[in-house]
Design a protein around this ligand. Structure first.
Ligand code: AP5
Length: 218
């Protein structure tokens, strides 16, 4: 099963794709996470991406298409498919993905949009933090660790916040979403591939709706 999760910054793509990865034994390719790892490692690509991400702009299509092609080609054979979180983000990336998958003899089974209005996104992003050791995601209001200051997943007490999660950059990321990524919705809708989920609902309710779409009662 191959899935794309679409939605604006803060819509819940990362939160839900972790669940989908674990529940359906999928490889998860989150392009933002991949770029942040490259930036932390100080690779030439990472350093270029770090500057672009700090401005809330998009990394060039040819770079992202190459990253995803390598990731899908190198996917572990025991995985039952993949989930793309943050890719494609432009019509050029979507068209390249269609060509790439056709060449690999793979299909897209679900393209799912998480619908959330802009006002809510700013609140979600500004309250977000993650475990510095294992990357598990949390929120000041919506998803706190069961024991304050201790990661539920790995027990670490170190947490971090993303450099691009400040008000000015979030505004730019939303502009980039509406100008460059929202046109993907009609791109997938016109070939009957788009499914939409109410991303404004509580995290568990969104998860249940996704499981309903993917055929597993939760
Ligand atoms: P990326 O890392 O992909 O960021 P993004 O798309 O802006 O998405 P986010 O990670 O901010 O949000 P999310 O939807 O995953 O929300 P989350 O689940 O964390 O990209 C970063 C940058 O990399 C881009 O700006 C660009 O520069 C570059 N880049 C990446 N891919 C690229 C590409 N393909 N092409 C070009 N450039 C690219 O949820 C947010 C918070 O809300 C969390 O705290 C969560 O707990 C909470 N939450 C989630 N769901 C709910 C809910 N239902 N109710 C209440 N709270 C919720």
């Amino acid at each position: 099963m191959n899935i794309i999760l679409l939605g604006p910054p803060g819509a819940g793509k990362g939160t839900q794709s972790d669940h989908l990865r674990d529940t359906y034994n999928l490889a998860k390719f989150a392009t933002g996470d991949m770029l942040r790892e490259a930036a932390e490692a100080g690779t030439p690509l990472g350093l270029q991406a770090k500057e672009i991400m700090a401005k809330g702009a998009l990394v060039p299509d040819e770079v992202m298409i190459g990253i995803i092609k390598d990731a899908i080609e190198g996917m572990p054979t025991e995985k039952k498919g993949f989930i793309l979180d943050g890719f494609p983000r432009t019509t050029g990336q979507a068209e390249a993905l269609d060509v790439m998958l056709s060449g690999m003899g793979r299909t897209l089974d679900h393209v799912i949009e998480l619908q959330v209005v802009d006002d809510v996104l700013v609140e979600r992003i500004s309250g977000r933090f993650s475990c510095a050791k294992c990357g598990a995601g949390y929120h000041d209001s919506f998803k706190q660790p069961a024991k304050e200051g201790v990661c539920d997943a790995c027990g670490s007490t170190e947490f971090k916040r993303r450099a691009d999660d400040n008000a000015a950059t979030v505004g730019k990321r939303l502009e980039a979403y509406h100008a460059q990524t929202a046109p993907l919705l009609p791109y997938y809708a016109k070939t009957g591939r788009l499914q939409s989920v109410d991303g404004m609902a509580a995290i568990d309710a969104v998860t249940a709706e996704l499981d309903g779409l993917l055929g597993k009662a939760s």
